[in-house]
Structure formats: C-alpha cells, structure tokens
Write a protein that binds this ligand. Structure first.
Ligand code: GLU
Length: 374
C-alpha cells in the first residue's frame, strides 16, 4: 500500500484514531484559544468513517494568566491551580467546536492510577467505549488538579499512548509543532533529513531525540514522543508524528504533508492477547461449562450463566484461570470481585440484577480481557 493511502486510511478510515493535540497548537501568542483551528479538527474527525478520541493539552497554558503567571508554572501546586482554571475553558471550547458541526464531545480526566490499576482500568475503558458507541468524541486530559508528582503521566504524549493502548486503537496521531523525526538537527545542519517511516524504534532512533533542538520543543519534546511511540507501536498502534501548526492539519496530512510514521509491531488484538497470555499467578479459578467453552471459542465473552463454580479471593480486574470440563482452558481479567462472582454463578442477567440489587457490570470476563490456551 502506498504511503499516501496508508495515511488517509489512518486519518479518515474506519478504525479508531487517537489524536493528541499539544498546548502550543491550541493557544495563540496572546494566550487565546485557536477556536477556528479546533473547529476544523472537530469537523475532520466527525467526517472520518470511524470513531476518534482527542487527547488535549492546554489546561495549564490557558489558566496560568488567571493566577498571575506569564510563564509555564514551575511549582506543581501552581500548575494544578492553573489547570483547574484552564480545563473549564478547554472543555467548553472543544464542546462548542464539535457542536458547531453537529457532534458531541465529552470531557474525560484521567490520572495514572486509572490506567495502571486493573480495576480502575476496566472502568475507564468501559466509560470511553460507551461514549464511542454513542458517537460521542471523548476529549481526554490528565486530571492535573489532583495528581501528585509521583503519580502523574506528566506529559500528554504518554497519556495518549496509554489511551490508544487501552482502547486498542489502530492509529495515534501526535500533532505538535514539529513535522516529524529528523536524523540530525535541521536548524543547524542543512543536510538533515526527515525520516518518513520508522519500522522499529531502535537505540539509534532513540539517540536522535537527544539532540537539544528537539528537547526544547513543546512540553514533552521529542524524547517523550518517542517513548509514546514505543508504547503505542508495541500495543499494535501505528503512530504518526506530524505538524499541527497549519490551519487544517488533518487535511494537510491527508494530502501528503511531511510527517513520520512509526509502524505498529503487530495489531492491537494480537498484542493484547499476548499480554494476557503472559500474565501469571491467577488469583482465582472459574469452572465453566461446555456451552460456555463453545461460546468462548467463537469469540464471545464469558457470561455468568456459563460459570459453574468460583474459587479463590480476587478483586475486579484480577487475573482468573478458566477451567473447562477437561481442565484449564484459558485465563482473563474478571469483571467482578470474587464474592459477587460467586453470588451470580449460573445466573442470567435478569437474575443477576435481582441478586445484586443493581444491573450487573456485564460479562464475568469480557472477550477483550480473555485468552484461550491452544
Ligand atoms: N495536562 C497538561 C495541560 O493540560 C498538559 C501536559 C502536556 O503538556 O503534555 O496543560
């Protein structure tokens, strides 16, 4: 496939695309939001065949004037206070940008723990997937006001990569003020050329990011972009690094504007199955009947009705081993804590609602969280 059709598939195609927007693109020299730019991006995303998620920076930059700062705040508490002011404006601006083209945006603020702890991870994913199913565009930022230094993503490149991984996105577009990765500093070295495709992020490639010019760009710089690209490509996501400085960056990229593509190392489903397979030390076991085994083999989730018995103590999101009539047959992340899983064993969804006093959280093990042994 040619590079241009690859690109247009990533930008306009049917698969989920995560677009990360850096602060410097959103805010002009006077500290005002570039609302026209945001609208054009919203329109492009609404016009693509598949769903999109935005990861938007800008809260701190937008809010800093209100707390009397000209520069980016140095103290964490100042940055957090600035973000508290700026995030309101940012969310409203995105909401209006989408509304202008008949779309709906939703604000999702995440902290590191929401994506690292499995229980919270399942919650974050379920919320994002529900928004996407309803045709709503989630606009994600870090929950800057509460995160402490130790538990911060720190930069939205990494947050965007983790969101792409969480959702099994096929594409991640990192829009910033650079138009790709160069083999040398293009300002100082007239022979520097842009690398248009990176097959694998090797140590040599990583070394390119260490150059001073790249370090100073935006808040994350090239180092954090390469780290993000590594997380995402290993999770099966193709990453595109391009400039968002123009008035219609997606349109420009579709028509061949310069950029660097980092190729995915596999596809998101295969990468996730491999990860699930690699997990060890299940905290419990679920005995499942032959009907459930058949359903799993055809790609369905494990429902409570197919579970015969539950052993062990575990939390929602913990690893459990699945045991069929002929022995262990797979493993996955359980959607319920052990106690609830025991209560709903063998029940259908109506009975689950009666027993738990609330609608259940869906399958006992979701198909995306499950791998069968060969
Ligand atoms: N979450 C920060 C903000 O909204 C941005 C972090 C970054 O620059 O990557 O201001």
């Amino acid at each position: 496939m040619s590079q241009v059709s690859d690109r247009s598939q990533l930008i306009e195609g049917r698969d989920l695309l995560v677009v990360k927007v850096g602060s410097s693109l959103l805010i002009d020299d006077d500290g005002r939001l570039r609302t026209g730019w945001m609208e054009r991006l919203a329109q492009r995303l609404l016009n693509r065949s598949g769903p999109a998620v935005i990861v938007s920076s800008g809260a701190i930059a937008l809010g800093r004037k209100a707390i009397g700062l000209e520069e980016r705040p140095r103290l964490l508490a100042q940055a957090q206070a600035a973000a508290a002011v700026g995030q309101i404006h940012l969310a409203r601006a995105w909401s209006e940008a989408f509304a202008r083209h008949g779309g709906i945006a939703a604000q999702v603020l995440l902290s590191l723990g929401d994506l690292e702890a499995r229980r919270r991870y399942l919650n974050a994913r379920a919320t994002l997937e529900t928004l996407i199913e309803h045709g709503i565009v989630p606009v994600v930022n870090e929950n800057d006001t509460v995160a402490t230094e130790e538990i911060r993503f720190g930069d939205n490149d990494r947050l965007a990569a983790r969101v792409a991984q969480l959702l099994g996105a096929h594409g991640l577009l990192l829009l910033s003020d650079v138009d790709g990765l160069y083999n040398a500093d293009p300002v100082r070295n007239p022979d520097a050329h842009r690398i248009s495709v990176v097959d694998t992020i090797t140590a040599d490639i990583e070394a390119l990011a260490g150059q001073p010019r790249f370090d100073g760009v935006g808040t994350g710089g090239m180092i954090s972009k390469l780290k993000a690209a590594r997380i995402a490509t290993e999770a099966g996501t193709t990453v595109m690094l391009g400039s968002g400085l123009g008035e219609d960056p997606l349109g420009e990229l579709i028509h061949g504007a310069t950029a660097t593509i980092f190729k995915a190392r596999s596809n998101p489903v295969a990468a996730r199955k491999q990860w699930l397979k690699s997990l060890q030390h299940p905290a419990g076991e679920l005995d499942i009947d032959s009907g459930a085994m058949k359903a799993l083999a055809s790609g369905s989730s494990l429902l409570a009705v197919g579970v015969r018995a539950v052993r062990g103590q575990f939390q929602r999101g913990d690893l459990v081993r699945l045991v069929g009539p002929n022995g262990p047959c797979g493993q996955g992340l359980c959607g319920y804590p052990a106690e609830q899983a025991r209560q709903i064993t063998g029940l259908n969804s109506q009975q689950i609602a009666e027993v738990l006093g609330e609608a259940g959280r869906g399958p006992v093990v979701h198909r995306d969280d499950l791998v069968l042994f060969e």
